[in-house]
Design a protein around this ligand. Structure first.
Ligand code: NAG
Length: 342
């Protein structure tokens, strides 16, 4: 691992994290509090396993293959007997919701993800397109009265015992939305000032697996490329906390990247509707998998293993990646001997 190149970032990360640790009184459950990090409990199945689907960049009233992806999510969700669904944001195109009475909520969500297996909690972050509308509407309990699955909070933790998910609201990280909004209006209520907001996001965790979820790419070979603010501000925090995986949308494709500077594995699941952008730029990172079309991802976890699978619009499994936590432990020293003796 090329850790040396990161040393310049470490002091900043340390103080950033100290702030986070102080600023994270745990809230039990559901009120979408403005500043504190909400914490939801979602226990795993009885045997200690968990499975879920991840979809991003989807809300287009069924068009651009959104309905086909939804249908296949239903099938795969049934097979894997999923516990919940994660959305990596850009939930409603082009400009989020106009308010809690916007019919796009039903047209792009309730009426689309109708399969029985998808009638589970959906944990959602906001994407940049969501910020262009009434961002607070998506957090409102009014929506949950219409469809109780929709659990969208700006930044929050879902604790599933074997794994903790850190949902990070990444839009405010990206400076250009603040400094160069062009003709778009961003709804920063509850967010500004940006620095305070970012400083409030993470906390320590002792779960076997740690997964961070955000809308924007950290590492990407596609349309948006790497997001430098996330690499500067968020990556050091993820590293300091031993986060294993970062899952995002934003790029309308499916990607797995193993980066040059961190053991963190990066997964893009942004193929929920419009895709086929036709952009693939090689980077110095190790690109494990790239698919430019529509699709989604599953994640199956137990204490010792995490398995990611990407599916296309026909529900065909395209690629799988498995990481064992024992190998992680053995990685530093007596690799296989240690595992065998256990
Ligand atoms: C829908 O998916 C099929 C199969 O991948 C693809 O050929 C077609 O172009 C897609 N439609 C759109 C609008 O992206």
């Amino acid at each position: 691992m090329a850790q040396g190149s990161r040393s310049a970032a470490v002091p900043a990360a340390a103080s950033f994290f100290a702030l986070l640790a102080v600023a994270a009184p745990l809230l039990l459950c559901c009120a979408p509090a403005a500043a504190e990090l909400a914490r939801l409990e979602h226990p795993p199945k009885d045997g200690g396993s968990l499975s879920l689907l991840v979809v991003g960049d989807w809300g287009r009233k069924g068009t651009f293959n959104q309905s086909r992806v939804a249908h296949q999510m239903g099938r795969v969700g049934e097979q894997l007997s999923i516990d919940f669904v994660i959305s990596t944001g850009d939930n409603f195109y082009e400009n989020g919701l106009t308010g809690t009475d916007d019919e796009a909520f039903e047209q792009s969500f309730t009426d689309i993800y109708t399969a029985k297996s998808l009638q589970k909690p959906w944990y959602l972050v906001l994407g940049n397109h969501d910020y262009r509308g009434d961002a607070l509407a998506q957090l409102s309990p009014v929506l949950r009265k219409i469809d109780s699955r929709f659990i969208c909070i700006k930044s929050f933790v879902v604790n599933a015992e074997i794994v903790e998910f850190f949902f990070v609201d990444t839009t405010p990280f990206q400076l250009k939305y603040w400094t160069h909004p062009k003709d778009d209006h961003y709804d920063w209520r509850g967010v500004a000032p940006r620095e305070n907001y970012i400083n409030n996001l993470l906390k320590t965790s002792t779960a076997a697996w740690k997964v961070a979820v955000g809308h924007h790419t950290m590492r990407s070979v596609s349309d948006h490329g790497d997001t430098k603010e996330l690499l500067q501000l968020l990556l050091p925090v993820l590293q300091a906390n031993g986060v294993d995986f970062y899952i995002n949308g934003h790029d309308h494709c499916l990607e797995h990247i193993s980066s040059r500077d961190s053991p963190i594995q990066y997964f893009t699941s942004g193929g929920g509707s419009k895709a086929w952008r036709g952009v693939q730029n090689p980077t110095e990172d190790d690109l494990k998998f790239f698919y430019d079309g529509q699709g989604f991802m599953s994640l199956q976890l137990d204490r010792s293993q995490a398995k990611f699978t990407f599916y296309d619009v026909d529900g065909k499994a395209l690629y799988s990646y498995t990481r064992s936590s024992l190998m992680e432990t053995g990685h530093h020293l007596q690799a296989s001997g240690y595992v065998n003796e256990e």
